[in-house]
Design a protein around this ligand. Structure first.
Ligand code: PLP
Length: 333
């Protein structure tokens, strides 16, 4: 174990299951497809931020923080899970929410994640469109400091080297599961957004010399920016682990073309993928992340990206509360 020396607060249900998807595999007619159930990490309906928050909340505690601040879109899963982690730690929590998605479903600003943020007792600050959210976050943190509080600021998505340690842990966990089950995992496919998940996986697989390739399906529609973020966080994470910050260029693969027009804007392919997986496997994906990543995986299989004797693990990163903010879009017509 490379991670025991890093402070960590237990928040999640681990290991998450690794399950075979026989009906999806048969339908697509390509590689064996498994799902790593990081939608089942626990912590207020689960998702990939649980793993990051185990390390981030430990850092907040080590710094004596009494208040946690973070930011995201109105339907941010990261923000919802941060609110839950703060509730468990008894810390006050400020969420700076940006109207980042031009989506006018009446449920968008009241249901799903934002409903849960309020339920979890966080103080929600909804920014007017066009406000610089990182600036707002910094101003709020310094105002809190002046008033005698000790704030701890978590970046958007929990994506820095501390948060990424959660996905180093996931890489180790998956490798151990594959060993136990006698699986050889050729690729891990997942939604990549603020970069911490992919960076942690790249660093984690390298640290254990795994042969598994990581394919991050871009959901931001700004893949070039995202590549830079993943690269920077992966370097920082490797440096934290010790043994240098270098990784091979081939290890950082971002798959473009499945984000649609913008972050959070639904696509037909996403809706078809969400329906297909629900109906074949009883598995619920979300419209913003896992649904688009699955649309990417389905298309990559169709284009022959994988060999039939390979095994691909789809990392289900959670996000299901977001589905309810897109209620109209999923109505059967
Ligand atoms: C945040 C999030 C992602 C993306 O993870 P990053 O570390 O931000 O790249 C994927 N899926 C869901 C459901 C998320 O909430």
């Amino acid at each position: 174990m490379t991670l025991t020396r890093f402070p960590r607060v237990p928040l999640g249900h681990f290991p998450t299951p690794l399950e075979y998807l026989p009906r999806l595999t048969a339908q697509l007619g390509g590689p064996r497809i498994l799902v790593k159930r990081d939608d089942c990490t626990g912590l207020a309906l689960g998702g990939n931020k649980t793993r990051k928050l185990e390390f981030l909340m430990a850092e907040a505690a080590a710094q004596g923080a009494d208040t946690v601040l973070t930011t995201g879109g109105v339907q941010s899963n990261h923000v919802r899970q941060t609110a839950a982690a703060c509730a468990r730690a008894g810390l006050s929590c400020h969420l700076v929410l940006a109207r980042a998605v031009a989506w006018d479903d009446p449920a968008y600003e009241t249901s799903g994640n934002v409903q849960l943020d309020h339920l979890l007792g966080a103080q929600v600050h909804l920014l007017p469109p066009g406000t610089d959210r990182d600036g707002a976050l910094r101003r709020m943190a310094s105002a809190l400091k002046k008033s005698g509080r000790t704030p701890y600021v978590i970046p958007s998505g929990g994506s820095n080297a501390t948060g990424a340690l959660g996905y180093v842990a996931c890489a180790e966990e998956l490798e151990a599961q594959a060993d136990t089950d006698g699986e050889r995992i050729d690729y891990l496919v997942h939604a990549t957004g603020s970069g911490g998940t992919q960076a942690g996986l790249i660093a984690g697989f390298q640290a254990i010399a795994s042969q598994t390739g990581v394919l991050g399906v871009d959901i931001t529609a700004h893949a070039a920016d995202l590549r830079g973020k993943v690269s920077a966080i992966a370097k920082d994470t490797l440096a934290r682990l010790g043994g240098g910050d270098r990784f091979s260029k081939d290890a950082l693969q971002i798959v473009e073309g499945y984000a649609g027009g913008a972050y959070g804007m639904p696509t037909e392919e996403m809706r078809a993928a969400v329906r297909l997986v629900a109906r074949l496997e009883g598995l619920i994906l979300d419209p913003v992340y896992a649904g688009k990543a699955m649309a990417g995986l389905i298309d990559l299989v169709a284009k022959g990206r994988f060999k039939d004797d390979q095994t691909v693990v789809f990392l289900h990163t959670g996000g299901m509360p977001g589905l309810f903010a897109y209620n109209d879009y999923f109505q059967e017509k």
